[in-house]
Write a protein that binds this ligand. Structure first.
Ligand code: PLP
Length: 393
């Protein structure tokens, strides 16, 4: 056990499930044909795409024609937002989103600012929840799109989407959600949640990297970002990544089949991890909502232990963790999500995200509690550590 690597960064990415890989392999070999062709190998690819589309649609409570395959979460977020804004230009130039979105959403809105699109960033409370009333207050007569993530990738807080959707639709505005962290983990129904556009990404649920999907509700005003061939009913030009799409659909089907028992198992392990860490390590805090959080997410801040040293020391002890979203790993800036919760910048920089998955065992959780506790004590024993007044006892 001592020498085994304990991977606790499942929110960054997951390994491809061997059953998913097996389903993908024929599309690199004997079924390699371009699905736009009219011969046998092409038909095999086209049939695989049809089946994958039906599978993804059924996982979301959608129609197959409403699914557009993409290269992942970033592309889905980009095209959802840009496509809705372009289609709504006659009506308005305003987006509402939240302060804790992934950069795939935040940087897209920021970029659109160069072309006269305005964005309001709704704040969150200290647990990372978006208030439907705050969304309501941010909507203007010129608002064309509201984008609120289903659950946050750093702190795991799950948003009240159905309530937000009622407000957004009452104002005649479209609602997009980044469901990259929830697809495959939480049951999802686009009608029950009242979603018009939804992004997901295969590598977050044991599928391959570089494969994603965008749900676009029938009748919604949305324009494609990519022009060329007529693939994906002219909504996403370019030869389809058939093997990747087969992998995405297989992974989503498997995740949905095992969802309930896996959710219960992970929640139990997560709660033990949270309880164990908060008890074993004084002056530690859990970031995010205690109940409305992803079953696999734990995010902590430790007074006097900087995030980078924490991660490096955990790595030395064979624990793979992260300080926030995969895309900001390596940067030393405190996370925009933790700052939005109101954490002071130095405490926000002293944080670690542990995300659980298929390979996480009760033994691993106990080991991580021990290792983390030892690492934090060691960092606090270094010269220069003074307990900060607000958390000292
Ligand atoms: N949105 C969220 C919430 C994410 O966590 C991520 C990845 O970390 C993305 C979008 C980007 O997805 P992808 O890596 O598939 O581009």
């Amino acid at each position: 056990m001592e020498d085994e690597i304990i991977y606790l960064d499942y929110a960054a990415t997951t390994p491809v499930d061997p059953r998913v890989l097996e389903a993908m392999i024929p599309y690199f070999g004997e079924k390699f044909g371009n699905p736009s062709g009219i011969y046998a190998q092409a038909r095999a690819g086209r049939q695989a795409l049809d089946l994958a589309r039906a599978t993804v649609a059924s996982a979301l409570g959608a129609r197959p024609s409403e699914i557009v395959f993409t290269s992942g979460g970033t592309e889905s977020d980009n095209t959802a937002i840009k496509g809705a804004v372009w289609a709504g230009l006659d009506h308005g130039n305003h987006i509402v989103t939240t302060a804790i979105e992934h950069h795939a959403v935040l940087h897209t809105c920021e970029w659109l600012g160069r072309f006269g699109i305005e964005t309001t960033y709704v704040p969150v409370d200290e647990m990372g929840l978006v208030s439907p009333a705050a969304v309501q207050a941010a909507i203007r007569p010129t608002t064309v799109l509201v984008s609120v993530m289903h659950a946050n990738n750093e702190i795991g807080t799950v948003q009240p989407l159905a309530e937000i959707s009622e407000i957004v639709h009452a104002r005649g505005v479209l609602l997009h959600t980044d469901a990259v962290q929830t697809a495959g983990q939480l049951a999802m129904d686009v009608d029950a949640l009242g979603i018009d556009l939804l992004s997901l990404s295969a590598h977050k649920f044991y599928g391959p990297k570089g494969a994603g999907a965008l749900y676009v509700r029938r009748g919604v005003a949305w324009l494609p970002a990519q022009q060329g061939g007529s693939q994906e009913r002219s909504r996403r030009a370019g030869t389809e990544n058939v093997a990747g799409i087969v992998g995405l659909a297989t992974a989503l089907r498997l995740a949905c089949e095992a969802m309930e028992p896996e959710r219960i198992r992970l929640r139990h392990l997560r709660d033990r991890l949270i309880g164990g860490v908060l008890t074993a390590i004084p002056h530690s805090r859990l970031n995010g909502h205690p109940e409305r959080r992803l079953p696999n997410n734990a995010n902590f801040s430790f007074d006097g232990a900087d995030g980078e040293s924490l991660l490096l020391n955990l790595d030395v002890h064979g624990v793979a963790a992260s300080s926030g979203s995969a895309c900001t790993a390596g940067s030393i800036d405190p996370s925009h999500v933790l700052l939005a919760l109101g954490l002071p910048p130095d405490l926000a920089a002293n944080s670690v995200r542990l995300t659980l998955g298929h390979g996480t065992t009760p033994v691993a959780v106990e080991r991580v509690i021990q290792v983390l506790s030892a690492v934090v004590s060691r960092l606090r024993s270094l010269p220069g550590y003074h307990q900060s007044p607000e958390v000292s006892t």
